[in-house]
Design a binder for this molecule. Structure first.
Ligand SMILES: *Cc1c(COP(=O)(O)O)cnc(C)c1O
Length: 384
């Protein structure tokens, strides 16, 4: 029996040999290259683009948290997604969600299309995908819950369909983190993370991960990172590794704060919608209860006017107006001009992403202070 996930955030299970000095934290091997003990011999490391002990350490931790056999650490979430797209060839077709991280949509539209890859974009949470499959369909790409509309997809159902047709399911699990959801266990082939978010957890570095169970896919990604060179640097590996040590406590606290804020927002008459999958009226609530161990700490809400949304952004003070998510500090984002500015307006509106929508990444501060800051921001915004 392996250890529980909160323990695995701190300890690698196949206990590693302790450092010769007994160091508790894993050393940063700040080296580009490694000397060979002799001709035809290697310490296991040759050149840090291919592998570095500090990177290998954080990769083992992430693989363990996602119940994968291997994880590969990239210089950003986007670098990880770009590597995934190298699996495909001109003429291939993918089914993708239309409500995704804005940078992912931009990658598909501006780079993958140019490389001859075709896409069908739908709301995967509510669409029967079987009729959309084509002869050349190679994969289904999704997030659940989605960013920022928090649509929830039944992963077992989608992965089952993909398996039946011999295609890949790729899941961006950034929003839930491995602490709350493990898509590989539900049949996904590739899980990806922006390690910048909950894994790192402190808004102090950029990173990305691909995690798989299949050893052939793992080999492919290892060859890709060696060839493309989008590897995570040793110091950043150390920061992400350190962030992960507190993943469990941060996720629990942030989620508990998010539930309190969601209930507070629900009581306001100037808030027209609160979209949080941990509310029992959310259409994905039952699926979340089945396939995840929690609901996360991302919540989206809609206010009565775009003017009010903009003024709230001006009036918050403890909560900061910034892109990104998953850190210790609570951040408020305005998706239409920030994370999703490159998604065409028409598509945004079809997704329900209007200019009255705000997205909150709930941090781990005291919830009373967060609610007081929001209350003050709403009050001042109305007085403007
Ligand atoms: C931030 C983010 C990405 C991109 O990751 P970077 O580390 O910023 O390159 C991808 N997917 C989701 C869901 C994200 O939130």
């Amino acid at each position: 029996m392996g250890c529980n996930i909160d323990t695995r955030c701190i300890h690698i299970e196949q206990d590693e040999k302790p450092d010769q000095y007994g160091a508790i934290s894993y050393p940063i091997y700040q080296t580009a290259t490694f000397a060979h003990p002799g001709v035809g011999r290697s310490t296991g490391y040759d050149y840090s683009r291919s592998q570095n002990p500090t990177r290998e350490n954080v990769e083992k931790v992430v693989a363990s948290l996602e119940n994968g056999t291997d994880a590969v650490a990239f210089s950003s979430g986007m670098a990880a997604i770009s590597a995934v797209m190298e699996l495909f060839e001109p003429g291939d077709h993918l089914i993708v969600d239309t409500d995704l991280y804005g940078g992912t949509t931009r990658l598909f539209e501006q780079i993958s299309r140019k490389n001859g890859i075709a896409f069908t974009g739908v709301n995967i949470s509510e669409t029967d995908l079987e009729p959309l499959l084509q002869e050349n369909t190679k994969a289904i790409y999704l997030e659940t819950p989605t960013n920022p509309m928090m649509n929830v997809t039944d992963l077992e159902k989608v992965c089952g369909l993909a398996k039946k047709h011999g295609i890949l399911t790729i899941v961006d699990n950034t929003f839930m983190s491995p602490y709350f959801q493990n898509p590989l266990d539900l049949g996904a082939d590739i899980v990806l993370h922006s390690g910048t978010k909950y894994l790192g957890g402190h808004n102090d570095t950029i990173a990305g991960f691909l995690v798989v169970k299949d050893e052939k896919l793992a080999r492919t990604f290892r060859e890709l990172i060696q060839t493309i060179g989008s590897n995570l640097a040793p110091f950043d590996c150390f920061l992400i590794r350190r962030g992960i040590q507190t993943l469990a406590v941060r996720m629990e606290k942030a989620q508990s704060n998010a539930i309190k804020i969601a209930h507070w927002l629900q009581k306001r008459t100037d808030v027209t919608r609160v979209i949080y999958p941990g509310l029992s009226e959310h259409p994905g609530y039952e699926i979340m209860k089945r396939q995840a161990r929690g609901f996360g700490a991302m919540l989206t809400f809609e206010v009565e006017s775009a003017g009010l949304a903009l003024e709230i952004l001006n009036q918050i003070s403890l909560i900061r107006f910034a892109e990104s998510l998953g850190g210790t500090e609570t951040l408020l984002t305005y998706p239409v001009t920030q994370t999703h500015a490159d998604v065409p307006r028409e598509q945004r509106e079809k997704n329900g992403l209007t200019d009255c929508i705000l997205r909150l990444s709930v941090g781990i501060e005291n919830p009373e202070d967060l609610i007081r800051d929001l209350e003050k921001a709403f009050r001042n915004a109305h007085e403007k």
